[in-house]
Every structure is written in C-alpha cells, then in structure tokens.
Design a binder for this molecule. Structure first.
Ligand code: CP
Length: 338
C-alpha cells in the first residue's frame, strides 16, 4: 500500500488513516461548505460516459473551494483519444493519451476521469486502460470518477453509514451487498467498490447474487479478503435471499452483468430475467434488523427497488448522493496538499 499515493484511483491504494482523514474532513466541510483551500486551482473533468451526480458535485465542489472546473467529453466536445501504444492512428482518434494527459497537466492541477468498461472483453476492461493511461502520463493527480471501480461513491457511502449509525466505527454491522434486477447488464464498478469499502470498514459482509456467475472479479474479491483479515470483518457469498437479509443492518443494492458473459450477453439475458425477484422490496427489508437501504443512483424504481423502499425513512440513497460533494472536496484538498 502506497504511503502517499499521487492519485486517487482506488481507496485500496490509500491507507485506512488517509481514508479516515478524508471522511473527517468531508464531515467538517458538510457543516462549513465554503472555503478557499483550492483558491486559484483548477481541475479537468474528463467524461467518456454520462453523469448527473458526479459532474454536478465535482463542478460545485471545486467552485466552493475557490477552484475552477473544466468539463471535457472526448468524442463529443473534445477530440477522440487513442490509449494503446504503437497504434497506427488511422481510425477515429485524433490524439494520443500521451499528449492529452501531459497537455492537460500544463493547464490544470488535477484531472478527473470517468470511463466505463466497453462490455466486450472483460480481460481488456479489467486493465482500466483509460484511467491508467491518464495516471501514467499526467504530471498532476488523477481522480477516478468511475471506471471499473467508483471510489468517490465508496467514500460517500461510508460517510452516509457513519452518519446513520452515529459513529465512525462500523465494525460488527451486518452488511448485504445485493445484486438486483436491471434489464441490461451494468458495470460492476459500484459493486466492486461497495465490497471494498464495506470490508475495509470491518463490517460482516454478505455478497448476495443469483448464481456463482455473478460473483465479482477475483481482484476485488481478493481485496475484500485482504481487508477482512486486516479489519476483523467477514465476507460470505450467498445465493439465498432470506438468510442473507436476515438481521442485516445495511442493504446496498446494485445490478451488474455476469463477468463470464462479457462480449456475449445474449445468453445472460434469460438468466438475469429469472432473477427479477431480487428487486429490493418491503418483504425483504422486513427481514432485516430495521436495516438501512442505499443505492448509488441512478435507480429504476420498481425494477431495482420498490417505491416503498425508496420512499422509506430507512432509505439513505439521497443523503449518500449528497455526500458526494463533501467527500470529493476532501479528496481534491488531500491531493492538492501533496
Ligand atoms: N452515482 C453516480 O456516480 O451518479 P452519476 O452517474 O449521475 O454521476
């Protein structure tokens, strides 16, 4: 683990003390949002995919600390970028990441990157080439705004749980990360991240998914295993809804595509359609220990979770989304101070 990482690519690269310091600073800035810690600084927010929360919270967070944010969407309002070395660039890409990252580093103090998997070949997608390309060539800190993990969401989630339980010590809480239905195969990023931060916080984590094919990539299962050995929590994989929900303090829902079907999604569709009943509903939540529910958003109501679950006072998804603003400000401050 790096003692003072240059970038914020994954929470796993940062020490527990660094994570705790960011969460504490975020909580402080939630009470006092306006400051000048980034006065005169700037950040480029590079979006290869759509966003509502991430874009808004980063732009406003920079503004509230005196910095300026520039949003770029390569292939839309900025030139398409090539990431592979040695490519004869006679396709759509007009410039190479080797120039893009270094040029942006001449202008701005930080670069945020959102780049989802292409959903064709997981072996390629799991290399996280876009984020790693920026991190390799940029001479300023790079922030992961969601690629194959979503570390900013992790921090917002952790802060929301700490607020809900009234303590920064989440050890001993039963935490269920449940797969839920969605008509399309989605990114595993938030699931990877939820597993990472929940085990890091020492909770007793159950990964509930329809079949073994929906278990997450071995890298993130490995991080979770490493985390429980350090934090004293636990990790269980379950395909049984009732026992997984029983006594849960936290239910976190996310839908994702089964990794073995990357690039050949046709056969996965009938499998996922058989598990529509994984949708989070009142009956399942009644099995919990008066548990709290959350989701990273956006969420399709009555597909991933019912109206009653979303409108329940036990749902903290909106509070978690609000926390994105505060934790990202704390991350930008921490990186700018290095
Ligand atoms: N949760 C999240 O990252 O939301 P957006 O996709 O709207 O940014």
């Amino acid at each position: 683990m790096t003692s003072s990482p240059r970038h914020f690519l994954n929470t796993q690269d940062w020490s527990r003390a660094q994570i705790d310091a960011v969460l504490a600073d975020a909580a402080r800035m939630k009470r006092e949002p306006i400051g000048d810690a980034l006065k005169g600084r700037s950040i480029a927010l590079v979006f290869f995919n759509p966003s509502m929360r991430t874009r808004t919270s980063f732009e406003l967070g920079a503004f509230q600390l005196g910095a300026h944010a520039v949003v770029l969407q390569p292939g839309k309002d900025a030139w398409p970028i090539e990431f592979d070395l040695g490519t004869v660039m006679d396709g759509d890409a007009e410039e190479h990441i080797a120039e893009v990252a270094r040029v942006l580093s001449q202008y701005v103090d930080m670069i945020g990157v959102r780049a989802f998997p292409k959903f064709v070949d997981w072996a390629v997608d799991r290399e996280d080439r876009v984020l790693e390309g920026f991190a390799k060539y940029a001479t300023v800190p790079v922030i992961n705004m969601e690629t194959i993990t979503h570390p900013c969401q992790e921090l917002a989630h952790a802060l929301a749980l700490q607020e809900h339980f009234g303590t920064s010590d989440l050890r001993g809480k039963k935490y269920v990360l449940t797969w839920t239905y969605h008509p399309k195969p989605l990114n595993t990023a938030v699931a990877n991240s939820a597993l990472t931060i929940a085990t890091r916080m020492g909770m007793d984590v159950t990964l509930l998914c329809p079949t073994p094919e929906y278990v997450l990539d071995e890298r993130y299962m490995g991080w979770a295993g490493q985390n429980v050995s350090e934090s004293g929590g636990s990790l269980t994989v379950s395909h049984d809804i009732e026992s997984a929900y029983a006594g849960a303090d936290v239910v976190y829902a996310k839908s994702w595509g089964a990794l073995p079907y990357f690039g050949n999604w046709g056969p996965e569709k009938p499998i996922r359609d058989r598990y529509r009943h994984f949708m989070v509903d009142e009956t399942k939540m009644a099995l919990t220990n008066d548990g709290v529910f959350s989701h990273c958003l956006p969420l399709r109501r009555n597909v991933k979770a019912t109206d009653a679950v979303m409108d329940s006072p036990r749902c903290i998804a909106v509070q978690e989304a609000g926390n994105r603003l505060h934790v990202q400000k704390a991350v930008m401050k921490a990186l700018a101070a290095r």
